[in-house]
Design a protein around this ligand. Structure first.
Ligand SMILES: CCCCCC/C=C/C(=O)SCCNC(=O)CCNC(=O)[C@H](O)C(C)(C)COP(=O)(O)OP(=O)(O)OC[C@H]1O[C@@H](n2cnc3c(N)ncnc32)[C@H](O)[C@@H]1OP(=O)(O)O
Length: 371
């Protein structure tokens, strides 16, 4: 750093009183969400100003949020407490004036959380959005995508957002399980593949059962297989008028998952659930709404605008109240859902070894059959 500037900074640092700092602390609560990057800076400066240099052990690599916070604090090295206090006051004052004078929107690429290859995860307006991002493959869910969705849900459950959204990029919401997941057979053999897939499926669905905040599906287009069944574990499902809901398990020699063997009969009654889950009847968005699987359908032309306006309004509600309301609604069913999930995963483990399933998957992969 240029010495003159250093001198200037240390002089100004002396000027920020404890009172200025406290007033910045209360001002920051009234600011518009400044985005994760700035929030990390504020966090780091606050810790440095109040506790001095970073003095806690580094969090583990999967504890994404706490690790990012720790990194930001640790990066301040031995910055004196007074300078950190002044920098905090300056940053808040800059944010206040820019939020008064402009409503510039950062491009999504700048807000994107790093570390995901199959998803785009962003946090803004107290909403964490998890977007499946394989549009060329209709957002078919690969093993990597299952794992990344679990990671993103775990991070969202701990971040400071009020609500979490799952959606898809492109013309599909998701075409369900990527059927080529079944082709990667390990040296231990096909039984081992079925076993590890059943464990992955169970863990994946458990993440939805256990998710603590309001979880919303923004179904931007057709949905197939597991992307449909887990909708029964969401709190709200908004669908474009272009969306369809298809669970062709029998056609694929498979059986229902995502707790749909329990949630669908409960939501729509056993007869309508059987048409979907046993006979693979595809529902339009309007039909899925009439059956109670979808909360509301919006015209495709205004879908994004209407849904996000609605969600931004909901995200301003008191987050703790929403969380507790969800707990009260869902907690008594959690154990039951976990048991159902385990049972469905066991049934599928066997199905995946059947000729019916092998032939159906081979027919799709060799392009002899589509849904
Ligand atoms: C760890 C295991 C857990 C398992 C959990 C159990 C889950 C079960 C399910 O989800 S069952 C449902 C499985 N999904 C399907 O059977 C859908 C198969 N796809 C299709 O039938 C069609 O692709 C379509 C109707 C979704 C779309 O048709 P169309 O509009 O004509 O597009 P394309 O077929 O040309 O698709 C474009 C491109 O994407 C590839 N693709 C689409 N869906 C899948 C998929 N599910 N798995 C693998 N690949 C898929 C398709 O092959 C094309 O690829 P290409 O351009 O040819 O390389």
């Amino acid at each position: 750093m240029v010495p003159a500037l250093q001198l200037h900074m240390s002089k100004t640092a002396m000027r920020a009183s404890q009172k200025d700092f406290e007033s910045a602390l209360s001002q920051v609560k009234r600011l518009k969400d400044p985005g994760n990057e700035v929030k990390l800076k504020l966090y780091a400066l606050y810790k440095q100003a109040t506790e001095g240099p970073c003095n806690t052990p580094k969090p583990g690599v999967f504890d994404l949020i706490n690790k990012a916070k720790w990194d930001a604090w640790n990066a301040l090295g031995s910055l004196p407490k007074e300078t950190a206090r002044q920098n905090y006051v300056d940053l808040v004052s800059g944010l206040s004036s820019s939020s008064d004078s402009s409503s510039q929107v950062k491009p999504e690429a700048d807000r994107k959380q790093p570390g995901y290859e199959t998803l785009v995860v962003t946090s803004e307006d107290s909403i964490t959005k998890i977007m499946m991002n394989r549009p060329a493959k209709k957002n078919a869910i690969t093993i990597q995508m299952y794992n990344e969705i679990m990671l993103a849900l775990k991070a969202a459950s701990k971040d400071d957002s009020a609500i979490t959204v799952l959606t898809g990029n492109g013309d599909y919401y998701s075409s369900g399980n990527d059927l080529s997941n079944f082709t990667d057979i390990p040296p231990e053999g096909i039984e081992e593949k079925a076993k590890s897939s059943a464990i992955l499926l169970r863990d994946f669905v458990d993440c939805f059962i256990d998710f603590p905040k309001p979880l919303i599906a923004v179904v931007n287009g057709p949905a197939v297989g597991i992307s449909v069944t887990i909708l029964g574990l969401f709190d709200t499902v908004y669908a474009s008028s272009r969306a369809t809901f298809h669970t062709p398990f029998s056609h694929l020699g498979q059986s229902p998952e995502g707790c749909s063997s329990y949630t669908f009969p409960k939501i729509m009654g056993p007869a309508k659930a059987a048409e979907m889950l046993i006979f693979g009847k595809k529902l339009t968005a309007a039909e899925a709404c009439a059956q109670g699987l979808v909360t509301e359908v919006f015209p495709d032309s205004t879908f994004q605008k209407e849904v996000w306006t609605r969600l931004k309004a909901y995200s301003k509600l008191p987050p703790n109240a929403m969380r507790i309301s969800k707990q009260v609604i869902r907690n008594r069913e959690k154990e039951k859902l976990r048991a159902i999930n385990a049972e469905e995963s066991r049934a599928l483990q066997e199905r995946w070894l059947s000729d019916e399933c092998t032939n159906a998957v081979m027919n799709f992969l060799t392009r002899k059959a589509k849904l």
